[in-house]
Design a protein around this ligand. Structure first.
Ligand SMILES: *[C@@H]1O[C@H](CO)[C@@H](O)[C@H](O)[C@H]1NC(C)=O
Ligand SMILES: *[C@@H]1O[C@H](CO)[C@@H](O)[C@H](O)[C@H]1NC(C)=O
Length: 396
C-alpha cells in the first residue's frame, strides 16, 4: 500500500501543477479580454459576420435576447445589434435612439462628428442608430459597408425588415423595445427618440433631464413619461397625391389623438415597455409617431408633456442661431428642429452651442429675436389646437 502511494505521489503532484497552469492561463486570458474591451467596442455582427472581422471579433459576437418576432413580422431578427447599454459602467442618464435610413451614412457621420460617443459617454449618454435592411434600390451603401461602420463605431441596431417610410412603425417599436430591454432597470434613466435629420441641443436635454430627476422624480421614474412637441387633434391627410395619404381603412376617424412629433421626444424604459406591449395588441398603423405616441398611448391613458417652445420648424432659424452664437454669443431660442437638408448644420450647431452651458452666452436683446432678425421664409409651424394634459414641472 505504502509503495503504491509513493508511486502515485509524482503523478498527483504533476496533475496539481497542470491544473494550476490551466487556471492561471484561463485567468490571464480573461484578463486580456478585459483589456481588449476598448477595441471591441462595437459588438455584434449577426449573420453574416463581415469579411473584415477577426477571430477575436467572431468570438465576441453577442446574441441579442432572441427577439423572435416584431409586431406581425414573425421572422424578425437583428442584422446588426448593439449592446452599448450593457457595456456602460454606470447607470446612464439617457440613451438616444436615432431613426436613420440605412443609406444615410453621411448623416450618421455628421452626428458622430457633432458629438462623438466618447463625449456623450462623459455626459452619461449613449447613442444608437436604428436601421432597417437596405432596399434593392439603394445604390450607394452596401451591407458590408454597414458592417464595417458597425465594426468602427458599434452604434448601429439594424432590423431585417426593409427600409421604407411605410415600415417606420416597425423601426420605432424595434428601438423602443431594444431600449426598454437593454437599457431598462438600472441601465439608463431616460430614452430620447429622435430622427437623424434633426438638430438638437444635447446640452439642453441633459440639463432638462437632470432637472426632471430633481424636481419631478415621480414623473421621471413613472411609466407615464412622454415629453416633446405635442401635435393636437390633427386630421389625417386624405389627398391621394400626398406622400402621407391615409385611407379610411388605415385610419377611419376624422382626427388623430394628440401625439408627440417623432422629431425628438423623451420617455423612459418603463413607459417604452408599456407602449411596446400595447402596440402588440393594436392594429399597426404606418405613421409611427402618430400611432405609438397617439393611438397606442391613448389606450394606456398616458398624458403628454408639452415642450413645443423648444422646437423650430424652420431650419433657417437654427442656421441664424449658429451665426449669432458665433458673432455675438447669443443664446438660441430653440433646442430642436429639422436640419433642412443640411447635414453639417448639426455639427456647427453643437460645436457652437456648448459654450452657453459654461455661461458664455447672453440672452438676445429686445428687438433682436430670431423672428425679427432671421431672414427665414417663415413657414408656420404645425398648427396647435386644444390643450394637452401637462403636469406642472418646476425647472431650475
Ligand atoms: C416592409 O418590410 C417588409 C419585411 O421586410 C417588406 O416585405 C415590405 O416590402 C416592406 N414594406 C415596404 C412598403 O417596403
Ligand atoms: C402586418 O400588418 C400590416 C398592417 O395591418 C399589414 O399591412 C401587413 O401586411 C402585415 N404583415 C404581415 C407580415 O403580416
Amino acid at each position: 500500500m505504502r509503495m503504491r502511494g509513493r508511486r502515485l505521489l509524482p503523478i498527483v503532484l504533476s496533475l496539481i501543477v497542470i491544473i494550476i497552469l490551466c487556471i492561471s492561463y484561463i485567468s490571464n486570458h480573461l484578463h486580456r479580454d478585459d483589456d481588449n474591451d476598448e477595441q471591441d467596442e462595437f459588438l455584434v455582427h449577426l449573420p453574416p459576420a463581415p469579411a473584415t472581422a477577426t477571430a477575436a471579433d467572431e468570438n465576441r459576437v453577442i446574441t441579442p435576447s432572441a427577439p423572435g418576432a416584431l409586431l406581425n413580422l414573425s421572422n424578425f431578427e437583428y442584422l446588426l445589434a448593439s449592446d452599448v447599454c450593457r457595456r456602460a459602467e454606470r447607470e446612464l442618464l439617457a440613451v438616444l435612439i436615432v431613426t436613420s435610413y440605412a443609406g444615410h451614412d453621411a448623416l450618421r457621420a455628421a452626428h458622430r462628428q457633432a458629438i462623438p460617443q466618447s463625449k456623450l459617454a462623459e455626459m452619461g449618454l449613449q447613442r444608437v442608430f436604428l436601421l432597417a435592411a437596405l432596399p434593392p434600390r439603394e445604390k450607394f451603401v452596401t451591407q458590408p459597408q454597414l458592417a464595417s461602420e458597425q465594426t468602427r463605431f458599434g452604434d448601429l441596431l439594424q432590423g431585417n425588415f426593409v427600409e421604407d417610410y411605410r415600415n417606420l412603425s416597425y423601426k420605432h417599436v424595434m428601438g423602443l423595445r431594444w431600449a426598454a430591454n437593454e437599457c431598462g432597470s438600472g441601465r439608463s434613466k431616460f430614452i430620447i427618440k429622435l430622427d437623424d435629420d434633426i438638430i438638437y441641443d444635447v446640452f439642453h436635454l441633459r440639463r432638462y433631464l437632470e432637472s426632471l430627476e430633481v424636481d419631478a422624480p415621480a414623473l421621471a421614474t413613472s411609466s407615464t413619461l412622454l415629453a416633446g412637441y405635442v401635435l393636437d387633434a390633427k386630421p389625417p391627410i386624405r389627398n391621394q397625391a400626398n406622400k402621407w395619404y391615409v385611407t379610411k381603412q388605415e385610419y377611419p376617424h376624422a382626427l388623430y389623438p394628440a401625439y408627440l412629433s417623432g422629431w425628438l421626444y423623451i420617455t423612459n424604459g418603463a413607459t417604452a415597455a408599456r407602449l411596446v406591449a400595447e402596440a402588440e395588441r393594436v392594429a399597426i398603423f404606418w405613421i409611427d409617431d402618430t400611432w405609438l405616441t397617439g393611438v397606442v398611448r391613448t389606450r394606456l391613458g398616458i398624458p403628454l408633456k408639452r415642450h413645443n417652445a423648444w422646437y423650430s420648424a424652420n431650419a433657417e432659424f437654427l442656421d441664424c442661431c449658429v451665426r449669432d452664437l458665433k458673432q455675438h454669443g447669443y443664446e438660441c431660442e430653440y433646442f430642436a428642429g429639422p436640419n433642412g437638408g443640411d447635414a453639417k448644420l448639426l455639427v456647427e450647431f453643437l460645436h457652437n452651442v456648448e459654450k452657453c452651458y459654461f455661461d458664455e452666452c447672453s440672452k438676445r436683446p429686445a428687438g433682436k429675436s430670431l423672428k425679427e432678425t432671421c431672414l427665414a421664409s417663415v413657414k408656420s409651424p404645425a398648427p396647435e389646437h386644444g390643450v394637452a394634459h401637462v403636469e406642472p414641472l418646476k425647472l431650475r
